[in-house]
Design a protein around this ligand. Structure first.
Ligand SMILES: [Zn+2]
Length: 252
C-alpha cells in the first residue's frame, strides 16, 4: 500500500427521508443517497470497522476498510440508517450526548428539535455490534468551558454511557471538532483510547489518536465524491490539487 494511504473515517449526523424535518445546518444525508453509498461499499468489498476492532487488532491490513461515524445519536440513526447497515452487515460508531433527549444545543439557531436515541434503541444497536462513543453530556463548545466543566463533560459522558449500556466506552468525539491541548489531555486521562475531530487533525490517522481527522458526508456529496472520500487518498489528493492550482496561478 503506498505510504500516503489513510484509513478513511467518515462523519455523518442524520440520515433522513421525506418524513423527517431537515435543518439549515445541512447535517443530514438523504436515505436514498446513504443507501447508494452503502451499496457502493458493499459492491467494492469494503469492510466497515470500529475503533474497538482497531484496539483488538492494531496491525490489521487497512486496505478496503472504512470507519463510519455518526455524531449526536439522532433517532433516525436507528429508524433509517440501522436497517441499511444491517442489510450489508456493516458496523458503525455512534457518538452520543448523554444528558439530553434532543438536540438542545442547536435549536436556538433554527435547527428543528430532533429526538436522540433512547436506551432500548441503543441497546439493540449495541447488541448488533454498533460501537457507542461519547460526545459530552450537553454538547458545549469545550474551548469555551472551564477546566472543571471540560472534565465533567468528558468523564461524565463516558460514565453515563457505560452505565446505560453496560459496555466499555473507548472513543470520544469533540463537539464542533473543538479541541486544544488541555481538552485532548483530559480525554486521554479519562481513559479513552481514540478521539475524533471534524476536518482538522493529523495528516495520518496513526500520528495522533486524540485528534483523528474525519471526512464529512453532506447532502451535497455525490456518489463520485463519495468514492473519493473512501479512497484512502482524499486528503492527499486535495493537497495535490491545491498545489497544482497554486503552481498554475503563479505561472499566469
Ligand atoms: Zn455534535
Amino acid at each position: 500500500m503506498p505510504t500516503n494511504y489513510q484509513l478513511p473515517v467518515l462523519l455523518y449526523h442524520r440520515i433522513v427521508n421525506q418524513n423527517c424535518a431537515i435543518g439549515k445546518h445541512k447535517i443530514y444525508v438523504w436515505e436514498k443517497e446513504f443507501e447508494k453509498q452503502m451499496l457502493y461499499l458493499h459492491q467494492q468489498n469494503f469492510q466497515c470497522i470500529t475503533f474497538e476492532d482497531l484496539q483488538k487488532d492494531p496491525i490489521q491490513n487497512l486496505n478496503k476498510k472504512v470507519i463510519l461515524t455518526f455524531d449526536d445519536g439522532y433517532v433516525d440513526n436507528f429508524d433509517i440508517a440501522f436497517p441499511i447497515l444491517k442489510k450489508y452487515d456493516f458496523k458503525a460508531i455512534i457518538f452520543c450526548v448523554s444528558k439530553t433527549t434532543n438536540n438542545t444545543w442547536s435549536n436556538a439557531e433554527g435547527e428543528p428539535a430532533v429526538a436522540l436515541l433512547n436506551k432500548t434503541q441503543a441497546i439493540e444497536m449495541r447488541n448488533y455490534g454498533i460501537e457507542f462513543g461519547a460526545h459530552t453530556q450537553t454538547h458545549p463548545n469545550l474551548l469555551l468551558c472551564r477546566a472543571t466543566e471540560i472534565k465533567r463533560e468528558i468523564e461524565g459522558s463516558r460514565k453515563d454511557i457505560e452505565n446505560l449500556l453496560e459496555t466499555q466506552v473507548i472513543s470520544f468525539s469533540y463537539p464542533f471538532g473543538a479541541c486544544n491541548k488541555l481538552i485532548k489531555k483530559t480525554t486521554q486521562d479519562a481513559g479513552y483510547k481514540f478521539a475524533v475531530s471534524t476536518n482538522k487533525g493529523a495528516s495520518f490517522f496513526s500520528e495522533d489518536p486524540f485528534q483523528i481527522r474525519r471526512i464529512e458526508v453532506t447532502p451535497k456529496t455525490s456518489l463520485r465524491s463519495f468514492k473519493k472520500k473512501v479512497s484512502g487518498y482524499y486528503f492527499s489528493s486535495n493537497t495535490f490539487f491545491l498545489l497544482r492550482f497554486w503552481t498554475k496561478k503563479k505561472r499566469v
